[in-house]
Design a protein around this ligand. Structure first.
Ligand SMILES: Cc1cc2nc3c(=O)[nH]c(=O)nc-3n(C[C@H](O)[C@H](O)[C@H](O)COP(=O)(O)OP(=O)(O)OC[C@H]3O[C@@H](n4cnc5c(N)ncnc54)[C@H](O)[C@@H]3O)c2cc1C
Length: 413
């Protein structure tokens, strides 16, 4: 098996992994970022989720007040320019930034290239560790196996892959956050998203009441900011239950079946939709939450809902908990208006592997807390912080020192 070495390995090239790689490289480390999917950006690119949530403070009166670390803010501002988009506010006072998936991916690539990060298209299948310290990763590429010797690892895999390989304790998901599939329709004769949403929802409710649609088939949502020149992106909840062990391929097949069923229904029951066409289906089905590791602190429901502050804060959460169940349409549990919660550095580290750091959807958190902290703006922040922690700790600095550096550089504190 051939081998290479790097100071820091980042597992996962989603929002969190990309931010971690950039942070570590900016601190002078040699960095290898690994993702099994060639198109960089994770769910934000490949599930085409379409909006960055969690950038702005939850305030109904003053709009679009950034309340995130500097990197997340600069990333969003550049993406906004490239996507030719603008922040939007919904009826409940939540603001978000629509973006194009292609631009998200390209921006990630440009930044990684600028910082000299090496990207490997590979699956991480093994971890080598000695005395509670990771020494290397085993990657599988098309060309064969590769050993990567490292000083520290950031797990930004979205599914806690490294913790699972190391058999570290996990917080197992207790309830199913439904998966969704994004798809794009063409020939949609609407210019106003709110009107379009209302017409779609009314038609689907009628279908459910008449028995022509299944009870769960009204779980269709517009991707905000996506309506443009007769094209619109929508996301549909994929039917599955907690008891089923459904593969991603199965989920995808189910999603495509529901999409075709809904399209046929809308075409034949609503004259405005007679000409709609399915333009594309996002390459990756959107699975919202996986198991998380048990870190030194587990971000709790009350940390989020009571907007608790922590002295070791490395990121700010501005987004509510979103509970996507099969039983009803999405349920939103809001933060305190005008406030935000802190994510402490202890959610990114464990006592059980001294050079392992968690980022994005893999931070140590309860089921409900991650239902808020998984949004892209928060993933960018926890990712960036994990990159700085990985380098600083590898250089022998204390956690507190690294936290102070993050607070100074990212939040001007
Ligand atoms: C349907 C849906 C809609 C959403 N809508 C929004 C929204 O509107 N706004 C918002 O802000 N957020 C939204 N989110 C949440 C947000 O998109 C994700 O939580 C966030 O993008 C996750 O980023 P991440 O970097 O933590 O993980 P991911 O984006 O999941 O990246 C992890 C990467 O790791 C790679 N990987 C995993 N295991 C391995 C391995 N063993 N070897 C190599 N690579 C590996 C994967 O291929 C993946 O690319 C939505 C999520 C879903 C599912």
């Amino acid at each position: 098996m051939s081998s290479i070495r790097a100071d820091i390995a980042i597992v996962g090239g989603g929002a969190a992994g990309v931010a971690a790689a950039i942070a570590a490289a900016r601190k002078g480390a040699s960095v290898v970022l690994i993702d099994r999917i060639k198109n960089i950006g994770g769910l934000a690119s490949n599930a085409e989720v379409g909006t960055i949530c969690g950038l702005y403070r939850f305030e109904k009166s003053s709009r679009f007040h950034f309340n995130v670390g500097m990197f997340a803010k600069e990333f969003a501002m550049e993406l906004q320019v490239r996507s030719n988009s603008a922040p939007q506010l919904d009826q409940t006072g939540l603001s978000y930034l629509p973006y194009s998936a292609q631009h998200f991916s390209q921006l990630c690539l440009d930044l990684l290239q600028e910082e000299g990060v090496e990207c490997q298209v590979a699956e991480v299948v093994g971890v080598e560790a000695e005395n509670g310290k990771i020494t290397g990763l085993i990657l599988v590429r098309d060309e064969g196996k590769l050993q990567l010797d490292v000083q520290a690892v950031v797990d930004a895999s979205g599914v806690s892959r490294i913790s699972k390989i190391l058999h570290l304790p996990l917080i197992e998901t207790q309830f199913l956050q439904s998966a969704s599939q994004v798809f794009t329709l063409a020939n949609v004769p609407f210019e106003n998203e709110r009107n379009l949403s209302l017409v779609v929802l009314k038609a689907l409710r009628k279908g459910v009441l008449s028995g022509e649609l299944e009870e769960t088939e009204d779980r269709l949502y517009l991707v905000p900011g996506s309506l443009d020149a007769g094209r619109v992106a929508l996301k549909v909840t994929v039917p599955a239950t907690m008891e089923e062990d459904v593969s991603k391929l199965d989920l995808k097949n189910r999603a495509v079946k529901v999409i075709h069923h809904l399209m046929e229904f809308l075409k034949s029951h609503e004259s405005a939709f007679a000409e709609i066409e399915l333009e594309s289906v996002a390459p990756v089905v959107g699975v919202r939450v996986g198991d998380r590791p048990v870190g030194k602190h587990v971000l709790s429901d009350l940390d989020v809902l009571e907007c608790r502050k922590h002295t070791s804060s490395i990121a700010r959460g501005n987004w509510p908990m979103e509970i996507w169940s099969q039983a009803k349409r999405v349920e939103i549990r809001h933060l305190i208006e005008g406030d935000y919660y802190d994510i402490p550095a202890e959610c990114l580290v464990t006592n059980l592997a001294e050079n392992l750091y968690f980022a994005g959807r893999c931070i140590s958190s309860s089921d409900n807390a991650i239902a808020s902290a998984r949004v892209i703006a928060t993933c960018l922040q926890t990712g960036y912080a994990a990159g700085i922690l990985a380098v600083g700790r590898a250089e022998g600095r204390s956690l507190n020192d690294c936290v102070e550096e993050i607070q100074r550089e990212q939040f001007g504190e």
